[in-house]
Design a protein around this ligand. Structure first.
Ligand code: FES
Ligand SMILES: [Fe+2]
Length: 446
């Protein structure tokens, strides 16, 4: 799959000559000063994901997103739009909301009882006449934060001068326009406390070089050969690796062991035994699968395939949205990964894992990819401490769990005086690109 790169701004994500070669030192993974610079120059300026639009079906529904010491409320308006506000009462600063809920007649401050309307305007308060400077009712508003939606996700930015969301995300909205992302159901929803810096995840999701070692279950399912993948990166800092969902030719399972690709072919009425050898099955079977999905999607209720192209029907574009969101766009699943820094300790972060599935008529359960089979229904939120893996038995042995196990060890290694910089393979070029874009933010070039 080394065809021409398609988007005009696409750069090869496997070409280190496009990079400056900025050193990726260890300090950026644990220094409080570095974390403070990230807050000032990165986090206050980017677009953050507050949640899914499905969490806000009715006017008055709201969600709360805490980020470091900041907190933002996003609330559904009476006209169906969304507004976001800093989570701080305009009277004396009390936090207004702790968890997602519904504001029947407004947001009630628990301290002195001020009531803020869904539109953020103060609508009621005790003793309105006792304000020498004037009754604030109808005059004061919560401080608004820009918010917008894309892909069924609710986004906000604290930066009044940030580019529009779709410009910030460019070219992702175009690249993924064929996926009906807002129809996805979040079937697994977990936040995990990890003892590592948030950047481990972006580093990790920017390369597949570690997959054979860390995730031996993957190569028979998704081709991990770097020469058959397409590595792409874009000026805004986003990037992706597109890999064919077929076994790579150099990863064979022992004779007689059930093969995931055989099961996939059978699921689409293709006989895996009809191919003369493993190579033909992997390569021709993958082409046959595209054609078969194209033929059968409608009668089988795979309505989300309607606009997908041949690549999207059978491949895995694993996509990093700068700086801290990764989305795996699989044919039937969308997996959202995100890390966010701990408010006080740069050697800690939280890891969000949202497994989403496109609903298929007649299905009541789905393979969630990272958390086994789950009911096809919006999941409840769970928050855990990783605790060496003991805190998250539901995902033990899964790809993402294997990454988490490694992350805490890498954090230890970054703190060693023996670590000075990476020594990267070509297929890991996007790791350095990520840090160079980050440095651009921190050093005032963006
Ligand atoms: S701080 Fe909110 S009503 Fe006083
Ligand atoms: Fe991994």
């Amino acid at each position: 799959m080394s065809e021409p790169l398609r988007h005009p701004d696409t750069m090869s994500g496997r070409d280190p000559s496009l990079l400056r070669g900025d050193v990726i030192d260890g300090e950026r993974y644990y220094s409080p000063e570095f974390a403070q610079r990230e807050w000032e120059h990165l986090w206050k300026r980017i677009w953050h994901v507050a949640g899914r639009t499905a969490e806000l079906p009715e006017p008055g529904d709201y969600i709360v997103h805490d980020f470091l010491h900041e907190s933002v409320i996003v609330i559904r308006q009476d006209d169906g739009g969304l507004k976001a506000f800093y989570n701080s009462c305009g009277h004396r600063g009390m936090r207004l909301a702790w968890d997602a809920s519904h504001a029947a007649d407004g947001l009630h401050c628990p301290y002195h009882g001020w009531v803020w309307g869904r539109d953020g305007v103060l609508k009621d308060l005790p003793d309105p006449d006792d304000f020498p400077q004037g009754n604030p009712c109808g005059e004061l508003s919560l401080v608004e934060v820009r918010c917008d939606t894309w892909g069924g996700f609710v986004w906000y930015t604290m930066d009044p001068k940030a580019p529009a969301l779709l410009d910030y995300l460019d070219p992702m909205p175009g690249v993924y326009a064929n996926y009906p992302l807002d129809t996805c159901v979040r079937v697994f929803w977990m936040k995990v406390n990890l003892n590592t810096n948030w950047k481990f995840a972006t580093d990790n999701f920017s390369e597949s070089y570690h997959t054979r070692t860390a995730h031996p279950q993957v190569p028979p399912w998704i081709d991990q050969d770097y020469w058959s993948s397409r590595h792409e990166m874009w000026p805004n800092g986003h990037g992706r690796t597109v890999q064919p969902m077929r076994p790579s030719l150099r990863d064979r399972l022992p004779e007689g062991e059930p093969h995931p690709f055989d099961a996939l072919l059978r699921a689409w009425d293709i006989d895996p035994d009809s191919y003369p050898d493993f190579e033909t099955k992997a390569m021709q079977g993958w082409l046959d699968l595209k054609a078969q999905k194209r033929r059968l999607w409608k009668e089988r209720g795979y309505v989300h395939y309607e606009h997908m192209d041949d690549e999207q029907l059978t491949d895995s574009p694993h996509t990093v949205i700068f700086p801290n969101v990764t989305i795996s766009f699989l044919p039937d699943n969308i997996i959202f990964f995100r890390t966010e820094p701990h408010p006080d300790d740069p050697s800690k972060c939280t890891f969000d894992l949202w497994c989403m599935a496109f609903p298929v008529e007649g299905q009541t359960e789905v393979e969630s990819i990272m958390a086994d089979v789950q009911p096809l229904a919006e999941a409840e939120f769970q928050h855990r401490a990783f605790d060496g893996g003991r805190g998250v038995p539901e995902i033990a042995g899964q790809i993402v769990y294997q990454d988490m196990l490694l992350a805490e060890g890498q954090q230890r290694g970054w703190r060693s005086q023996g670590y000075r910089d990476c020594y990267l393979a070509g297929q890991e070029s996007r790791v350095r690109y990520f840090h160079e874009v980050l440095n651009d933010y921190l050093e005032g070039r963006r």
